[in-house]
Design a protein around this ligand. Structure first.
Ligand SMILES: [Zn+2]
Length: 344
């Protein structure tokens, strides 16, 4: 039994059900704040994963992506990424949040918290163009708390090819080197936007569990960003997690509207194919402008867990998918846990 709010609090909260603590592997809150000139607190209503919505949804740990639009490269991409991290640091210094998680021990502490506490955040880079292929710049972001790294977004960069690259060739030598260095620094590698050759090379280079932080299954929705079953098995075989996102275009084919049950179908497919220990969520809130009916923002997580229970998932299985699997991977003790920069 997980500690939740008192019966009084539940009554006052109406439909709220905060008993399932949730860890979400992808949201673009601070990237969106910088891109659109918004304040995460003052303009809270504009954020699908605003602090009040995360709290109502039971989210105890939220990935905050460092996402730089494709129009920026080189120094411009770096400057944009530094502004995102600055916004995340400023927001996480405020007492309404649970703070910025900067190491595996922090992830484990976040995962042990009950639903309803002030959410913690961690930094996840989505596309390594801000690093300009530089190990020194990787170190800078690691020092500021980077916990997860995807080498590319949809297109190619210094590290390799994204899933929409025109002539995909996989990872570059620089990309492989940065991946190895990131792992040694305790950063988890994220395969979400890679194309197939790059994914295969990443899995060969990786020594630690690799994750797929947000997306869907090609079996149910055949688009380039989603994973076919063989690729899904290969990621799961590393001991990592595959997190379903709530972008309708990844959930149902042909531009049709998506419903909560369609997201459940992706979670169920991966649970059957890979086992529940490999399945997680990464909603992509504030990175999407169309939404799944029933999962419009981060406050809707309890409805997802209720639907999973109705499909026959046990409470223990739901707790793994909601939080436990992310905590296992991101909270794994590594050499870098000694805390010193020299450990890298
Ligand atoms: Zn993405």
């Amino acid at each position: 039994v997980v500690a939740g709010p008192s019966a009084d609090e539940r009554g006052a909260a109406g439909r709220r059900d905060l008993e399932i603590a949730t860890v979400d592997g992808h949201a673009d809150v601070f990237s969106k704040a910088i891109e659109e000139g918004l304040d995460y607190f003052v303009d809270a209503e504009r954020f699908q994963a605003s602090l009040p919505r995360l709290r109502r949804g039971g989210v105890v740990l939220q990935a905050a992506s460092i996402f730089v639009p494709a129009a920026f490269a080189g120094e411009e991409a770096l400057a944009f990424a530094r502004r995102i991290v600055g916004a995340a640091e400023a927001a996480c210094a405020r007492p309404e949040t649970g703070g910025l998680v900067r190491d595996a021990a922090g992830v484990r502490a976040a995962g042990a918290a009950p639903a309803g506490v002030p959410p913690r955040f961690f930094l996840a880079m989505e596309g390594a163009s801000p690093l300009c292929g530089s190990a020194t710049l990787l170190d800078e972001f690691v020092d500021r708390g980077l916990r997860m790294l995807g080498l590319t977004h949809n297109h190619d960069n210094e590290c390799g090819d994204g899933c929409f690259a025109k002539a995909p060739q996989g990872l570059t030598a620089v990309g492989k080197d940065l991946a190895r260095r990131a792992e040694r620094a305790g950063v988890v590698l994220d395969a979400a936007h890679l194309n197939r050759p790059a994914l295969a090379e990443l899995l060969r280079a990786a020594q630690q569990p690799v994750v797929y932080s947000h997306g869907g299954s090609r079996r149910l929705c055949d688009v380039p960003r989603n994973l076919d079953d063989d690729a899904a098995r290969a990621v799961a075989a590393t001991g990592g997690v595959l997190a379903v996102d709530f972008f309708p275009g990844h959930i149902v084919p042909g531009g049709a509207p998506a419903r909560l049950a369609d997201v459940v179908a992706h979670l169920e497919h991966w649970a059957e194919l890979l086992g529940v220990d490999a399945v997680a969520v990464g909603g992509d809130f504030d990175g999407i402008t169309t939404v799944v009916s029933g999962l419009e923002d981060a406050s809707t997580y309890p409805a997802l867990w209720k639907a999973m229970a109705e499909r026959g998932f046990t409470a223990e299985e739901i707790r793994k998918i909601a939080a436990g699997n992310w905590v296992r991977v991101l909270g794994a003790a590594r050499a870098s846990d000694s805390g010193s920069a020299a450990a890298r």
